[in-house]
Design a protein around this ligand. Structure first.
Ligand SMILES: NC(=O)c1ccc[n+]([C@@H]2O[C@H](COP(=O)([O-])OP(=O)(O)OC[C@H]3O[C@@H](n4cnc5c(N)ncnc54)[C@H](O)[C@@H]3O)[C@@H](O)[C@H]2O)c1
Ligand SMILES: [Zn+2]
Length: 405
């Protein structure tokens, strides 16, 4: 038996934010990040609509990018004091993910962070509050997913919390919110979405319900991401929907080792100023992982189908895989994303000498590889790498060398 879970309601299209006016409840806690939602007037709108719905509203502001365990605990304390029956999270993946984890701690104040991270081990929620997620970036699709990514900065590791219990009750996918994204964010979140769709399609947990969502998302991202990056607002809107479709797919089909590697390298070199942004990490690692996974016959065929769907040409599956890898690398070039960690420079742009020194990378490699294998996303990857293979793969991601194993 398999399960396919999505939010009960997904309000989408321009003006979708107004759906908040029809919510019923007494108290809503709005969780938000550092200021972009306030600056562009979206936060005021959310507050006004919830008040129009007759609710008392309180803000929890200042959730940082890649939220920490400490932020989650602070937010849950505020919730315990205010006792909301709606949690409304607005922003990118960071504030929405933090709010999901706060929600768990609010419903179960005695739960530890360690317990939250037990895969599909969250007890039933919704005894105290329902959850609405409003996404302002076009990538994580956390507004429809069963995941939340929280960083333990002491350990330098990102931990995924995974359970259908934290799939939001309501998702609002209003493309107007995505218009204000800076170019770099469009690039990173867009390649994150592309990775979600491709990993979901080749995941060992793929199914008839997830495949069409993944393929349609891939097609939309192929045509819309680069123009959206270059300022085409119609395509920007379309990307906001595409990333959500990719999210519906991967929330149910799960992901693969591109994400395992991104999670475990993201904060591993933070002490060298190299916080490897999630979407950029995925964009760099995806072509390498495709070459690695394509040694598995089933995965190779599936990548071939993706290439067919993208109309990339090629007559054998090997050729199609090569064309897919080439195409994705071309997207990175158009989006100004480097091909490897060695060239990962300031603001994530390509540079000759990146942030992560070679000797530091090599010294930390065994530990990073071990952590990546242990990541929750590894289990559904078509090929399970050994420690040696993961180290080799990560080296290819550092030096941009060919994956031939
Ligand atoms: N839960 C999931 O399923 C899932 C999936 C993938 C990634 N993630 C996690 O999500 C986080 C990344 O989320 P993200 O990429 O959405 O970015 P983010 O939420 O970290 O936001 C990045 C920056 O963009 C700004 N911003 C957000 N929306 C904006 C807008 N419309 N206009 C202008 N500025 C805006 C924010 O203020 C912030 O400074 C990572 O922690 C990643 O691990 C979660
Ligand atoms: Zn992702």
């Amino acid at each position: 038996m398999a399960r396919f879970t999505l939010p009960r309601d997904i309000y989408h299209g321009e003006g979708a934010l107004e759906a908040l006016k029809s919510f019923t409840g007494k108290k809503a806690m709005i969780c938000v990040g550092g200021g972009s939602m306030k600056r562009f007037g979206f936060l005021d709108k959310v507050e006004a609509y919830l008040k129009e719905a007759g609710m008392e509203v309180k803000l929890f502001e200042g959730i940082e990018p890649d939220p920490s365990v400490e932020t989650v605990m602070r937010g849950a304390e505020e919730m315990l004091k205010f006792e909301p029956d709606w949690i409304v999270a607005i922003g990118g993946g960071s504030p929405i993910d933090a709010a999901k984890a706060m929600w768990i701690k609010y419903e179960y104040p005695d739960i530890t962070f360690e317990d939250m991270c037990k895969v599909f081990g969250i007890p039933p929620l919704r005894k105290k509050a329902h959850f609405c997620a409003i996404s302002s970036t076009s990538g994580t699709a956390t507004e429809v997913t069963a995941f939340s990514i929280i960083t333990d900065y002491e350990k330098g590791i990102k931990y995924p919390i995974a359970d259908f219990e934290i799939t939001p009750d309501v998702a609002i996918v209003d493309p107007e919110l995505a218009e204000t994204m800076p170019q770099k964010l469009v690039a990173h979140t867009g390649m994150d979405a592309m990775t979600h769709a491709i990993e979901a399609y080749v995941s060992t947990a793929n199914c008839d319900f997830t495949d069409p969502l993944a393929l349609h998302a891939i097609e939309m991202i192929q045509t819309d991401l680069i123009p959206s990056y270059n300022g085409d607002m119609e395509k920007r809107h379309s990307m906001h929907h595409a990333q959500c479709l990719a999210g519906m797919a991967f929330s149910n089909a799960l992901l693969g080792i591109v994400h395992s590697m991104a999670h475990k390298t993201g904060a591993a070199f933070a002490d060298y100023g190299a916080h490897i942004i999630h979407g950029a990490a995925n964009a760099m690692y995806l072509p390498k992982v495709i070459a690695f996974n394509a040694k598995d016959e089933t995965a190779k065929k599936r990548y071939g189908k993706i290439a067919d769907f993208m109309k990339l040409g090629g007559s054998t599956d090997e050729e199609k895989v090569d064309l897919l890898i080439k195409y994705l690398r071309g997207m990175n070039d158009e989006l100004n994303i480097p091909h490897c960690i060695k060239n990962y420079g300031a603001d994530s742009y390509p540079t000759e000498e990146g942030f992560v020194p070679e000797e530091v990378f090599l010294e930390r490699l065994p530990e990073v590889a071990k952590n990546a294998i242990g990541d929750a996303c590894t289990g559904s990857n078509p090929r399970i790498p050994t420690q040696e293979e993961m180290e080799k793969l990560l080296k290819c991601c550092y030096y941009d060398t060919e994956v031939d194993f």
